[in-house]
Design a protein around this ligand. Structure first.
Ligand code: PEP
Ligand code: MN
Length: 349
């Protein structure tokens, strides 16, 4: 049995809880996790859950089930707004994030970033550290890539989100980026999740390609339990028996997560389908399903992209998607549509 305490647990309440847990007569341990006291008892104590649950200072008791609570609406009923730079996710509109798969060089990233800005996207994405299936593929420019992203932010004013793959890089990436992306392949990297939980930057957590939504929520719980409540979840397609597209976009995840968690949810149609022609329809569908954002890969010359070239859309297509999701927001979520959007009518340059 795991006892998660409230963050305002008083010293007196803590003392009473210690006696109560001790009185159960089993082995127990006590620790702090992101500023909260956690008590752990032997599984034999599970039957006494009811005795503990109602004690003052107890937030939630887990008995034999995976522990995710801080991410749930039981803990936090209203939707959480997460800011990347000054861009708000979770305020009821579909925010567009766009940029190259990988940061390939200064000139091309500035070119893409300028086009992304002109198309009306609000956040720039791009990987400086790339998880690649083969070690011989281009694996990103590392720190130089972070500097290029910072230059692109300087040039365009767009906040940046970029992936961190290694606990040793979290501090450096957090110095440059406005948000830290944890990629699909690292959704189960618990050391990394704990480390970004200590960071003071928002985290964009992508769903593992074979992860259930419960697993995604418990991974997000790691970040919140570390003390970082600024988490955005990202559905990016899952592996199924279907081979016609790169993955299968699980759109059910959008309303389902909205029921279960207060965290914003965005959709990445690019990695879900793997094909440029399919991206616009999936982006529109994500907006209609209630996503708080869509993230897409864009390149000024997709044929030259060193990574994921088949799924890169061009800036003109991005501009159309920005207009389409804004129209969907106006039709389906009129109260929030346009409240934080820069514009949906800027011409493409
Ligand atoms: C990415 O967004 O750059 C990426 C590598 O995606 P995923 O982790 O979803 O495969
Ligand atoms: Mn990619």
């Amino acid at each position: 049995m795991i006892i998660l305490c409230r963050d305002d647990l008083s010293p007196d309440q803590r003392e009473r809880l210690r006696s109560a847990v001790d009185g159960l007569g089993f082995r127990w341990y006590e620790r702090d996790e992101g500023g909260r006291a956690v008590f752990e008892t032997a599984p034999e104590a599970d039957a006494m859950r009811g005795d503990i649950e109602n004690l003052a200072g107890v937030e939630r008791v887990f008995a034999g089930e995976p522990g995710a609570h801080l991410v749930t609406r039981d803990h936090h009923g209203s939707s959480t707004e997460v800011r990347i730079g000054d861009v708000v996710f979770g305020a009821g509109e579909t925010v567009v994030i766009a940029g190259p798969c990988a940061v390939e060089g200064l000139d091309v990233v500035l070119e893409i970033a300028t086009a992304v800005r002109a198309a009306g996207a609000r956040v720039l994405r791009g990987g400086a550290y790339k998880p690649r299936t083969s070690p011989y593929d281009f694996r990103g420019l590392g720190q130089e890539g972070l500097e290029i992203l910072a230059a692109a932010r300087e040039e365009t004013g767009l906040p940046i989100v970029t992936e961190v793959m290694d606990t040793r890089d979290v501090e450096t990436v957090a110095e440059y980026a406005d948000a830290l992306q944890v990629g699909s392949r690292n959704m189960h990297n618990f050391a990394l999740l704990a480390e970004v939980g200590r960071a003071r930057k928002p985290v964009l957590l992508k769903r593992g390609m074979s992860a259930t939504l419960d697993e995604m929520l418990t991974s997000a719980e790691y970040v919140l339990a570390g003390g970082n409540e600024q988490v955005i979840l990202c559905e990016r397609g899952i592996r199924t028996f279907e081979t016609a597209s790169r993955n299968t976009l699980d759109l059910t995840a959008v309303p389902l997560l909205e029921e279960r968690t207060h965290l914003p949810v965005v959709v990445d149609p690019s990695h879900a389908c793997g094909r440029r022609t399919l991206v616009p329809a999936l982006a529109r569908a994500a907006a209609a399903a209630g996503a708080d954002g869509v993230m897409m890969e864009v390149h000024v010359r997709p044929g030259e992209a060193r990574c994921d070239s088949k799924q890169a859309i061009v800036p003109e297509e991005l501009a159309q998607i920005v207009r389409d999701v804004a129209a969907i927001d106006r039709a389906l979520r009129p109260a929030a549509a346009g409240t934080t959007a820069a514009t949906d009518t800027e011409p493409v340059t």
